[in-house]
Design a protein around this ligand. Structure first.
Ligand code: ATP
Ligand code: MG
Ligand code: FE
Length: 336
């Protein structure tokens, strides 16, 4: 079964062809990062317009580099939420048009379920049930993946997402957008023990996260250095901040895995490509005899291959979207 996956929820216009839910035949991503960099973040209106400009070309490229035509495709999977409404609508409208014109079934995909499904691409032996730590630009969730497409959220962030915290701290130390990869790099030159940043725990909710206090602590540190005329060491800030995030993510994930008896843990979303998070998780999982899975960096951030994978598992269960499929900017996990 061949799925054409389409993704346009944020600032990546992407299309991919996926065979039998696990094999990526093509994965084309047109990123708008250079464009949004100028503004220090994603500008929704610009994102939508750029998606419209690129989407046909990206889809054609995905088909041709997979050496297939639309005729060979069994179904079209498209992200319909969550994300920026104008951006989502471009992909959804395009997918509906192709579905109608080429008489191909349509499957609506949850973007975050796509991020989770990215783990199936390179880990052919991975099957549910497993525990997944979702750490993306807009989401931080601990979910039990009980079966394909069956998710139970056991923890979530109360304020900022992990990726959002990376981006905000990066901005504060002048690294620019997107900040995650830049902090990852700069942290290697810093001392992670140099500054004591807080690790937030929420009473009565052991699997919930909070990153806004950490972000404030970073800003306070910068301000107090300025006031006392102390030199600001950005590499130390990056390393100490990153370690605080990794500590919290790792300890809560391991705690949850033990509590729920999960022997397999997967990471998903853009922050899953963070070197320090991968190291920390590998170390703790090994200690606790837990198998750790994560996608290659290219499948951690937004892409359409993960959407094709998620669509496949929905498709074989019989899920079909009608031509009245609409973008749902605040779509919840597990909601259909
Ligand atoms: P969502 O998926 O929640 O809708 P999104 O699609 O914008 O949000 P992703 O594409 O999953 O988010 O990931 C982008 C985020 O990942 C950004 O916040 C970025 O800073 C972060 N990120 C990417 N690489 C790294 C890294 N190496 N270390 C830390 N953070 C990273
Ligand atoms: Mg992006
Ligand atoms: Fe994403």
């Amino acid at each position: 079964i061949l799925i054409l996956g389409i993704e346009s929820s944020c600032d990546e216009t992407a299309a991919a062809v996926v065979k039998n839910g696990r094999e990526v035949l093509s994965n084309v991503i047109s990123s708008q990062i250079e464009l949004h960099k100028l503004y220090g973040g994603v500008v929704p209106e610009i994102a939508s317009r750029k998606h419209i400009e690129k989407i046909n070309q990206v889809i054609e490229e995905a088909l041709s580099s997979a050496k297939v035509t639309l005729d060979d495709i069994d179904a079209i999977g498209v992200t319909y939420g969550p994300g920026l409404v104008g951006a989502l609508l471009v992909g959804v409208a395009e997918a509906k048009a192709i579905s109608y014109a080429a008489k191909k079934p349509l499957v609506g995909v949850h973007h975050i379920e796509g991020h989770v499904s990215a783990n199936y691409i390179e880990n052919r032996e991975l099957e549910p049930p497993f525990l997944c730590l979702i750490v993306s630009g807009g989401h931080t969730h601990l979910v039990l993946v009980n079966d394909y497409g069956e998710y139970k959220i056991i923890g979530r962030t109360r304020d900022d997402a992990a990726g959002e915290a990376f981006d905000k701290v990066a901005r504060a130390i002048g690294l620019g957008y997107p900040g995650g990869p830049k902090i990852d790099r700069l942290a290697k030159e810093g001392n992670s023990k140099a500054i004591k940043f807080p690790r937030a725990n929420i009473e009565g909710a052991p699997y919930d996260f909070s990153f806004s206090g950490l972000k404030s602590a970073v800003l306070n540190h910068i301000n107090s250095c300025k006031m006392k005329d102390i030199e600001i060491n950005n590499a130390d800030i990056a390393a100490s901040f990153q370690e605080a995030v990794v500590d919290v993510l790792t300890s809560k994930t391991i705690l949850a895995a033990k509590e729920y008896g999960m022997k397999k843990v997967a990471l998903a979303g853009g922050v899953a490509s963070n070197g320090s998070l991968r190291e920390g998780m590998l170390r703790e999982c090994k200690k606790n005899k837990i198998e750790l899975y994560y996608p290659s960096p290219i499948y951690c951030t937004d892409n359409a291959a993960m959407i094709g994978v998620a669509a496949y598992y929905e498709f074989i269960k019989g899920a079909r979207a009608d031509l009245d499929l609409n973008a749902v900017p605040n779509l919840k996990i597990g909601q259909r």
